[in-house]
Design a protein around this ligand. Structure first.
Ligand SMILES: Cc1cc2nc3c(=O)[nH]c(=O)nc-3n(C[C@H](O)[C@H](O)[C@H](O)COP(=O)(O)OP(=O)(O)OC[C@H]3O[C@@H](n4cnc5c(N)ncnc54)[C@H](O)[C@@H]3O)c2cc1C
Length: 323
């Protein structure tokens, strides 16, 4: 573990406003509701974010303190023993970015090209971003309605639902690079794939994302978004704490991973308080008292059984942090 002295040194003299706690339980910050203490959990206010965060990351690097960037905590399992070093929570770095410079071309060009854009800070909840866009009659993000997590996490994961990946609408990402510089990264299709983004291989903090949208009436967008939320509700997504799909799909399997797990009769399979949902093979749930170790062990059980029966190697979609 890093220890409080080094963590205090990392913070010393930096102008900060926001929330900051030692030994903060990660269970309070993940949709799985599991996870031990982060040595230091820190959630900077938007007002100080762009001055404080690069300085903090620079100090952490110099002191050898690991930093984990936390979006909505909707795709992670934090270890029971906790997370070493700093957990930087993006929750207050949220909202739509105003101004023509980030909203893309002016009205004249918009009319000519039909191209409209909207940019969001990375801590904006994905559902909220879809709502904010809809309130300006901008369509394209409806597929994210009802999906837990933040814009930053959805870009990092290249989240996918209702047959659409974030990469389908991403125009540009603004990042804080490992060397402390703010950079704009234009979208390149070749860098993205199924649940894959270029940011997974780099030490970067995603600051904001600019999306290429289309003009559509708000009422129409709201109807689609509501249908998605209802569909998720009907599929039992919110019934128990989880992180959504536990395993990735793969076209080479010939069918959805959930169906493979279903057909092997693994629904309801348990480890301690963790269970494969009795109603969906690819949903791993915390029935109330699961530990992170239970969840990890259960993913191992499923992978083993699927491999033994079919020779298929399932890949976890949920990320294990601090293990
Ligand atoms: C009920 C439920 C349903 C779900 N359905 C779907 C679905 O349909 N499709 C789908 O794709 N996913 C789904 N998920 C998973 C999850 O919602 C997505 O993966 C989401 O994009 C995760 O975003 P997050 O902000 O919570 O990321 P986190 O879980 O906080 O982090 C995930 C990764 O992203 C990194 N990260 C987060 N923010 C930043 C940032 N600003 N800069 C750099 N790195 C960052 C983290 O370090 C971590 O490595 C579901 C989850 C739940 C609980």
């Amino acid at each position: 573990m890093t220890g409080k002295a080094a963590l205090r040194e990392a913070l010393e003299g930096l102008a900060f406003s926001g929330d900051c706690r030692f030994d903060e339980a990660m269970a309070a910050h993940t949709t799985f509701k599991v996870g031990g203490p982060a040595e230091l959990w820190i959630q900077p206010d938007a007002a100080c974010f762009l001055s404080f965060t690069p300085a903090l990351l620079g100090r952490a690097k110099a002191l050898g303190i690991p930093v984990f960037i936390l979006g909505g905590g909707a795709n992670i399992v934090a270890a029971d023993r906790g997370i070493e070093g700093i957990v930087l929570d993006m929750g207050r770095w949220a909202g739509m970015l105003p101004g023509p410079e980030v909203l893309g071309p002016g009205p004249a060009e918009r009319e000519e090209t039909g191209r409209v854009f909207a940019a969001f800070r990375s801590g904006t909840p994905a559902d909220q971003a879809a709502c904010l866009a809809a309130s300006l009659d901008l369509g394209g993000l409806e597929f994210l309605a009802g999906m837990p997590g933040s814009i930053g996490g959805s870009v990092w994961m290249n989240a996918r639902c209702y047959e659409k990946s974030v990469s389908a609408v991403l125009e540009e990402t603004e990042i804080l690079d490992g060397d402390g510089a703010v950079r704009r990264v234009p979208f390149r299709a070749a860098d993205f794939g199924y649940k894959k983004s270029p940011f997974q291989d780099r030490d970067v903090l995603i600051l904001s994302a600019l999306f290429r949208l289309e003009s559509r009436p708000e009422a129409e967008l709201r109807a689609v978004m509501e249908a998605h939320r209802k569909d998720r509700e009907a599929k039992g997504h919110y019934r128990f704490p989880s992180a959504g799909s536990a395993f990735k799909n793969n076209r080479a399997f010939g069918k959805p991973t959930g169906q493979i797990i279903d057909e092997l009769g693994l629904r309801g399979l348990r480890r301690g308080g963790a269970s494969i949902a009795p109603w969906h093979g690819n949903l791993l749930i915390n029935t109330g008292r699961a530990t992170a170790a239970d969840i990890r062990a259960l993913t191992g059980d499923v992978r083993e059984k699927v491999f033994a029966a079919l020779g298929i190697r399932l890949e976890c979609e949920i990320l294990f942090v601090g293990f």
